[in-house]
Design a protein around this ligand. Structure first.
Ligand code: C5P
Length: 239
């Protein structure tokens, strides 16, 4: 696996669209993200296809259920040979530990266990929603900090967070703890529905472990060129 990858979010709804998008990349080995939209439609076939093409896969299904169900679910996901998977911290410490156990149990002998990360608060969650709907009086920042800390104590590898939360999470959870950051845009790109955005260079400067880029690449006129230029920026090579 690349050390600090740029993960392309394959937010498409069919394997056919995925194949058409990836075709111009030729034999370049990529790190891609498959979310609910694509996985619920195409199932494991899409993962088998991506792995057969030599790509690393982040399967972004955000599991959240009772510990035993999550454990069995993770066991099944591990058997697909994916590289990165996730759960919601809101399922609690025992659920996160069970996810890890399931992942370990489902990883075939001699293979590396997929990294397991957690979602602290969804970017769609506001402080008002925390208070009014979820009855959580703490600030969003306090909950993110405390959820990241719980994730670390449960033995997981890292969290999904905004670029701007990376320094705080590093302070609480240490340098080895992975920070996977979506919401990445070049200055000239549309923000779309993302609010707390950052450029690949800013992600590099704060020390994100991995960045996730969707529409900036998938909707670009020339996705390969856009990928290459964002990757260079992410690696700190050019601005
Ligand atoms: O197109 P865009 O770059 O905004 O896509 C970002 C990807 O990262 C999407 O697949 C989105 O679901 C995902 N994501 C996110 N924010 C989070 C967690 C995941 O944007 N907090």
């Amino acid at each position: 696996m690349q050390k600090r990858p740029l993960i392309i979010a394959l937010d498409f709804n069919s394997l056919q669209e995925v194949k058409a998008f990836l075709q111009p990349f030729g034999s370049t080995s990529l790190f891609v993200k498959v979310g609910m939209e694509l996985f619920y439609k195409e199932g494991p076939e899409v993962i088998h296809y991506l792995k057969s093409q030599g790509h690393n896969v982040f399967l972004d299904l955000k599991l959240h259920d009772i510990p035993n169900t999550v454990m069995q679910g993770m066991k099944s996901l591990a058997s697909l040979g994916v590289d990165l998977v996730n759960v919601h911290v809101a399922g609690g410490r025992r659920m996160m530990e069970a996810a890890l156990e399931g992942l370990e149990a489902g990883t075939s002998l001699g293979s590396e266990r997929a990294k397991l990360i957690a979602v602290t608060q969804l970017t769609s969650t506001s402080e008002e929603m925390l208070l009014q709907e979820l009855l959580i009086p703490q600030s969003l920042e306090e909950t993110v900090k405390s959820y990241a800390n719980l994730t670390k104590r449960a033995g997981l590898d890292g969290v999904v967070c905004s670029v701007w939360e990376v320094p705080m999470i590093r302070e609480v959870c240490g340098e080895q703890f992975l920070t996977i950051t979506p919401g990445i845009r070049n200055q000239e790109d549309a923000a779309n529905d993302q609010t707390r955005i950052a450029t690949p260079l800013q992600a590099n400067q704060v020390g994100s472990s991995m960045i996730v880029v969707g529409r900036s690449i998938t909707k670009a006129l020339n996705p390969v060129e856009k990928y290459e230029s964002m990757k260079l920026q992410w690696e700190g090579i050019t601005i």
